[in-house]
Ligand binder design. Sequence first.
Ligand SMILES: *[C@@H]1O[C@H](CO)[C@@H](O)[C@H](O)[C@H]1NC(C)=O
Length: 434
Amino acid sequence: MALPRHHLLFLVAIIMLSFADSTVPEDPLLLFHEASSKDNNFIMQSTHVLNLKSFDKLGQISSSPKMVNVNDYGARGDGKSDDTLAFKKAWEETCSSGRAVFVVPQKNYLLKPITFSGPCKSNIAVQITGTLEASDNLSDYSKDRAHWLMFDSVQKLSVKGGGTIDGNGNIWWQNSCKRNQKLPCKKAPTALTFYKCNDITVEDLTIKNGQQMHVSFEESENVIVSGLTVTAPEDSPNTDGIHITNTQNIQILNTVIGTGDDCISIESGSRNVQATKITCGPGHGISIGSLGSGESKDFVSGIMVNGAKFFGTTNGVRIKTWQGGSGSASNIKFQNIQMEKVTNPIVIDQNYCDQATPCKKQKSAVQIKNVLYQNIKGTSASDVGVQFDCSQNFPCEGIVLQNIDLQHEGGREAKASCNSVQLSYRGDVNPQCP
Ligand SMILES: *[C@@H]1O[C@H](CO)[C@@H](O)[C@H](O)[C@H]1NC(C)=O
């Protein structure tokens, strides 16, 4: 179906995010600049997505893309009937159409796991104004316990609409080994996964009560995430807000996250990740890692968190690696961050150990280098505001603290705890290492 050119509006976002920081020319940031401008110059590729504005007045544009409404494929949206089959049929129609919008109206749809598979014939827009609610019958997940809703190999995809994705995770939390240590540790589904999806935007949605992680980007490129609200109870186990793994060129903007685990977690194989205007709390903060688990060789580089507020989180900005791993986490910037009652505002932990039995001492480690902390202010809920616990064999290199002011919330001085770290200070830094 060919469409007039003026209806083919593309949002072309060319985002150039420079790592260069002209105010701090000295070593070791110089190294940082060179490395970053060579291989991580933070230039996002153009991202082509459907501009839904052209579909706003649905009926009035005769040559609009095809609107595929799940209700027309048998979805009831009464919150009780199983609408899975209707969604699958509607997806098949959407994906095989020249240009189409997958429409979820303002009702409550109960869904078992669904994979929305590509490649599709053309760009896809998914417009969710209603609520997608996960089945909480565990036997519905017997084929694949790791995913509820998944987009697999769908390119040029836009998902938005102001609606809600509800993982209905209570039953999974109750059955978690973190809640009840007598139970075996088993996987629980990620509410919304993007796997091998390039040139995508995910905007203006609420994602809540994830069975485990809320939104995961895996092996994807050129991603814009904006205006999400991600919420789950503070005591819900492993409910990361946004998880990023093996993904390049991803920007997360204007997003509010409060869950039981990391607000954002950035794992191996991720490059050029920018998080801007993030509100985080409750939760475990923004984490790079964990890296190096199971003696893996992991690489992460070109990460920038610029503009974030943390409220009552257990960590603020954290890099965490297991002993025994290798690879590196490098060229990382945390800047313009407000901390309020954060237990551990600034953390590098190279002895991370998230398992039932203690981790044994190992020589190798993921190398951490070139990390800038700039303009980070506020209060720490513990008396350790800054904690660098680096590997003896692979000390942290090129760590810079610039204009840091962290106070213990009770008004006492906060402390810094520093092991095996090659550190420099710029401007006013408080606390400093003993
Ligand atoms: C869960 O699903 C299974 C299989 O479809 C079904 O036999 C069972 O009755 C369901 N359980 C509940 C509580 O609905």
